[in-house]
Design a protein around this ligand. Structure first.
Ligand code: PLP
Length: 755
């Protein structure tokens, strides 16, 4: 383990939360030490506390233009949202006529707190209104025609002043005209959380009924917020109890939070020592950050217009990079941003960008960069420099369009994944020759970058079979690589050598001094083949280092055989053929990896897959195998819209012996056991950017299978794996343990909690 100087953190995630302004923290501390009274107490300490609370309210009322309305303290915006929705629905319920249908409207890009609360209270109060999302256009603006059409049946409408993912703001005047276009008394809530300090608000000049605010989005601590209630708007307390806040919100008040909030509102009112940057200055910072992004990632795409967004938010996508990859890169460079997305079962994507109708890739690649009005020129300059530094590291690992000079050539096997599908790139560094197996459409540009950046000659782009779940991207990749060799339908060159294994001849292509043999392994489909890579083709019995078996043998399963071109009888014979050719150390590289296992061997599979072991030990006859296989295949998931499972599962063992280390345990171990090795399993660009504590060796997950191949003879060596948060290192540790590595540990919580 080595140690170099840490890079200071650059925090660009203010829409998630902000640090507390030092003066606000001081005021909160003072409220804990000095003005600590209970505002309900009638003695002097209590009176002082009550005074502090009312001073805060006064300052907030002045800034927000509350007029004759009320401001009630809450624990944050989520509580404010509940309060507004509960108040509206309790009042609306009184006027509901049976037989009539009603709606609750909310903007499609609203924070999830809003629709989820609407559903909750609609059900709990038995209102049973239809809950409808108001569509937005590609600029994130609400569809006013939709509102005008729907508003008469609506009991409540919830919109937001500024969106938290994109910074898009709504034109509240136009919105008000649409909402009040007919003579209706619909209750209107505007979520103002992201507008505070970024957009001018004069609530009394509007017909907004409720507006929640949250302290922690603007330099106050978490756990304090406010909700505005228009004069005469109905109110139902969300929390009943001791009658604090004139009975509107019970519970002893969060005085330290309020003391901090007072400093923030005083600053907004221009009455404090600290000054917030104004709109013009914030726009200059935003432009500077955007220029830095464009310089760092020349093909960066903005996910929103600039003319209807607050200057403190930038939401962008870098083509061919998932949000997670850019997040990991920035985190390694000690820049904090957010993926601006919500997690769905399969991929990380943004429902906000989806609602705006942006292309799917933009939603999957979205990154949000946000800052607050405490931004300074110095911080902005530092952020821009760091962004460029991070992008340079990407270039050095051959992942950028404009690669850096003198990259180290990738030798051996590289695994590229998209979802659960795997693509393999094998390179012989001496001859700079490569072969690509099972290319995926999402990875084309990445592969082209690697090939061009490393100046590789591609001997072949191969499919292991005609895939059922996607079109082959081979022709497209061959075109982009300007390959002209004549091939068959799976990419095998028309002209090839022949190699003998025993008596049998196999079509072969050379990759430098290595050879790739093609073996027909029908079953999953009738055109399925396996490609076997050897480094000693001239030996009497060549040893195959890798077997690219496509969907014939998958980790924990066998390829399904219930397509129209499948045959379980043929699979039975193909499995026997592979068993004859593969050694116990041959690594099987499948075209799917549903459980993050990376690779496997025949022995590992036979240990847990009785179907396979019975075939190979000839305990199962061909008929028995076909019967059992058909039962397994009938359990496969074929729902439309889901990724097709290409294999039928057998049991997966989750109880693997992984030792977890924290920082102290790790340093004791490394001091005691000089043979133990700390291995960083992040990608090279992340490793390159790592500052502070750094592992001696980097084995990125994309190179893990090559690492396994090289260390199969030394499975008892102790490896401790580390990554950013401990998630990837655990996955890799489990994969190694499954393959029989006996001394694998990982750093729980990764660098995030241990450096
Ligand atoms: N509304 C918006 C627009 C937000 O950005 C957030 C926080 O992310 C919330 C509501 C919820 O705020 P709180 O964390 O104060 O409950």
């Amino acid at each position: 383990m080595t140690k170099n100087q840490s890079l200071s953190q650059i925090y660009l995630d203010s829409n998630a939360t902000t640090p507390v302004l030092p003066a606000a923290a001081k005021a909160a501390f003072n409220a804990m030490e000095e003005t600590f009274g209970n505002p309900s107490s009638s003695h002097i300490t209590g009176l002082r506390a009550k005074n502090l609370m009312e001073q805060t309210r006064k300052s907030a009322m002045r800034f927000l233009g509350v007029g004759n309305g009320k401001l009630v303290f809450t624990s944050g915006a989520t509580e404010g949202i509940q309060t507004a929705i509960l108040s509206s629905l309790v009042a609306a319920k009184k006027n509901i006529k049976s037989g009539e249908s009603y709606t609750l409207l909310y903007g499609a890009t609203e924070h999830k707190a809003v629709p989820n609360s609407l559903h909750h209270w609609n059900e709990l109060l038995e209102i049973n209104a239809e809950i409808k999302a108001i569509p937005v256009n590609h600029r994130g603006e609400l569809d006013l025609d939709f509102i005008e059409k729907e508003i008469d049946n609506a009991l409540m409408i919830c919109t937001m002043a500024v969106n938290n993912e994109t910074g898009v703001y709504q034109d509240l005047n136009k919105l008000e005209q649409a909402i009040r276009s007919t003579d209706n008394d619909v209750f209107w809530m505007v979520d103002c959380v992201q507008a505070l300090g970024k957009r001018k608000l004069d609530l009394q000049a509007t017909t907004i009924d409720y507006a929640p605010f949250s302290g922690h989005k603007l330099y106050a601590p978490k756990g304090v917020g406010l909700v505005y209630i228009r004069e005469n708007a109905p109110f139902t307390p969300f929390i009943a109890g001791g009658g604090q806040e004139s009975g509107l919100r019970s519970g002893t008040e969060n005085l330290p939070g309020m003391a901090a909030l007072k400093v923030i509102f005083d600053t907004l009112n221009g009455d404090a020592e600290d000054k917030f940057a104004d709109h013009t200055q914030l726009t200059l910072y935003r432009n500077q950050l955007l220029s830095a992004l464009k310089e760092a990632f020349p093909d960066v795409v903005l996910n929103h217009p600039l003319d209807n967004t607050v200057p403190t938010t930038l939401n962008f996508a870098v083509p061919h990079f998932a949000s997670k990859e850019i997040m990991d890169l920035f985190d390694a460079a000690n820049i904090r941003v957010s993926s601006g997305s919500a997690c769905s079962s399969k991929v990380t994507r943004s429902f906000v960008l989806d609602a705006m109708g942006l292309p799917s890739w933009q939603s999957e690649s979205a990154i949000r960069m946000s800052f607050g009005p405490l931004m300074t020129q110095e911080k902005c300059d530092a952020a821009c420099a760091r962004i460029k530094m991070a992008a340079k590291a990407l270039g050095e690992s051959c992942l950028m369009v404009k690669p850096a000079e003198n990259q180290k050539l990738v030798d051996g096997l590289l695994e590229l994944k998209s979802g659960n599908s795997c693509c393999w790139l094998y390179t012989d560094a001496d001859s700079k020759t490569a072969v690509i197996i099972d290319p995926l459409p999402e990875l084309i540009s990445r592969i082209v970058n690697i090939v061009n950046c490393q100046k590789l000659k591609v001997a072949a782009v191969l499919d292991t079979h005609g895939h059922a779940d996607h079109q082959s991207s081979r022709p497209e990749l061959e075109a982009q690589l300007k390959m002209v060799t004549k091939t068959d339908q799976l990419g095998w060159p028309k002209h090839f050598d022949t190699a003998y294994v025993g008596e049998n001849a196999y079509p072969t292509i050379r990759i430098g001094d290595k050879a790739l043999l093609r073996v027909k392994t029908p079953g999953h489909t009738d055109d399925s083949v396996s490609y076997l890579l050897t480094e000693n083709i001239d030996a009497v019995k060549p040893h195959f280092k890798y077997a690219f078996c496509g969907d014939t043998i998958l980790m924990g399963s066998l390829g399904r055989t219930n397509f129209c071109t499948s045959s379980s009888e043929q699979m039975y014979h193909s499995l026997h053929k592979l068993n004859e050719l593969l050694a116990s150390t041959t690594l099987i590289c499948a075209s799917h990896d549903y459980h993050n296992e990376f690779t496997t061997t025949l022995i590992t599979e036979c240990d847990r897959n009785t179907l396979l072991s019975n075939v190979l030990s000839t305990q199962s006859s061909i008929n028995e195998f076909c019967e059992q296989k058909s039962v397994l295949d009938s359990n496969l998931n074929d729902q439309t819209g889901c990724e097709i499972q290409c294999g039928a599962y057998v049991e997966i063992d989750e109880s693997l012996p992984i030792v977890e280390y924290d920082k102290n345990e790790l340093s004791i171990l490394l001091e005691k056991d000089h043979d133990a090795k700390l291995v960083d399993i992040r990608e090279p660009h992340e490793y390159m950017l790592q500052h502070g504590i750094k592992a001696e060796e980097n084995v990125p997950m994309t190179r893990l299978v090559e690492f396994i191949a090289q260390h199969l003879s030394d499975k008892d060596k102790r490896y401790i794996l580390v990554c950013r948060s401990g998630t990837r290192s655990l996955v890799v540790a489990q994969a190694l343990a499954r393959l029989g590595f006996t001394n694998i540990g990982h750093v729980q919580g990764g660098y995030a909690l241990n450096s």
